[in-house]
Design a protein around this ligand. Structure first.
Ligand code: GTP
Length: 349
């Protein structure tokens, strides 16, 4: 089975981390994010993956390579962003698509039963089938009401108005080639705004997955939530064992005399000084945290240096290579750009 993963977005909501690392290979619990998605696709029989890239495409290819768990990985790179459906048309035009394709948003962490979705699609002879999940707050998602047989009645993209159901588009599609042939070539096209609304009421079906794990990790809050869920085992994964605080400390990290945890990820070769405190946070590789510093519910990109006694967070995001001076305070929810220097006691953000 073939899958195409949409991995070309700029990931603006995860800036400043995505200035230097594309969301597709952003470390999540110490692993490139897409490795979780590729494991999941592999477990449902996918053996051929097309990675649709644009922004920082070279980094995605360098990290993931051309083969993963025996699956063939190919890259289709667009010069200009083509949206969500445009890249699929480009892959068709490049002659590499099969008759049927699984398409996924490349920022979804899920264990949804993809095999059941494909079976559902086949049973109905659908042109396209959307995986649907239920969420409490539908405002930032496409809402998808269906009839009893799963035929999509309407496709209601991101609205704060009243909606008929809390089932939303999970960004996991099964699509027949004839639908892809109907997507215009050579320009940006959106599945959500242009393709699905037209197919609704005709050959578009929704497969409602029974309470799977599902999370779009594309915002700072959800990136942290996904991390904590992985650490707690709320989603299936092959992560190494966590320590007694529910934290994951990768090789080469030095933490003697520091308080690390709960629910923290320390990347490779991090160094955390005496009496420093790192709680419910993510440190990418080679981060240094000085003695007596505090990092709370925050994400620090690789090579960030935190001076002694500095206070970070909660909810701060610090770009790769930034330096936080001794005793500095990085306020709640602040953003620090890559390589920025936050001096002494100055507040950032
Ligand atoms: P934000 O800027 O934070 O909204 O993130 P994003 O750029 O990733 O956009 P969004 O979360 O809406 O995208 C959903 C999925 O589609 C992600 O996996 C993106 O990588 C991917 N995507 C978005 N736009 C494009 C595009 O123009 N081309 C390709 N190939 N993929 C895209």
């Amino acid at each position: 089975m073939q899958a195409l993963v949409l991995a070309g977005g700029e990931g603006t909501r995860l800036r400043p981390l995505t200035y230097t690392t594309p969301k597709a290979v952003m470390p999540l619990a110490g692993r490139p994010f897409l490795s979780f998605m590729l494991d999941w696709l592999h477990s449902h029989g996918v053996d051929d993956v097309v990675l649709s890239c644009g922004f920082l495409s070279g980094d995605v290819r360098r990290v993931l390579g051309d083969i993963y768990q025996g699956m063939r990985l190919r890259y289709v790179v667009e010069d200009e962003p083509l949206g969500t459906a445009g890249p699929v048309r480009l892959a068709l035009d490049e002659g590499i698509l099969a008759e049927r394709l699984v398409i996924t948003n490349g920022d979804v962490l899920t264990d949804l039963d993809l095999s059941a979705e494909v079976a559902w699609h086949e049973e109905r002879g659908a042109g396209a089938t959307l995986g649907l999940v239920e969420v409490d707050d539908t405002t930032s998602y496409g809402v998808v009401p269906t009839n009893a047989d799963g035929l999509v009645e309407r496709f209601i993209e991101k609205t704060s108005g009243p909606v008929p159901t809390n089932r939303i588009n999970a960004g996991v599609y099964v699509v027949e080639r004839e639908v892809i042939e109907g997507i215009p070539s050579g320009r940006a096209v959106s599945f959500e705004r242009e393709v699905f609304p037209v197919l609704a009421g005709d050959s578009l079906y929704g497969y409602h997955a029974e309470s799977p794990y599902w999370l779009d990790i594309g915002t700072p809050e959800r990136y942290l939530e996904g991390t904590w869920d992985l650490l707690a085992g709320r989603v299936d994964s092959t992560l190494p064992a966590r320590d007694e605080t529910g934290s994951l400390v990768f090789e080469g990290a030095v933490v003697a005399g520091a308080h690390v945890g709960p629910q923290t990820v320390l990347g490779r070769s991090c160094w955390v000084g005496t009496d420093a405190r790192v709680e419910r946070s993510v440190l990418h590789d080679r981060v240094v945290v000085g003695a007596d510093a505090t990092v709370t519910e925050s994400v620090l990109g690789e090579r960030v240096r935190v001076g002694e006694g500095a206070r970070i967070g909660p909810g701060a995001m610090i770009g790769a290579g930034a330096t936080i001076g001794e005793g500095a305070k990085v306020a709640e929810g602040a953003r620090v750009d890559p390589d920025e220097v936050v001096a002494g006691t100055a507040a950032a953000g």
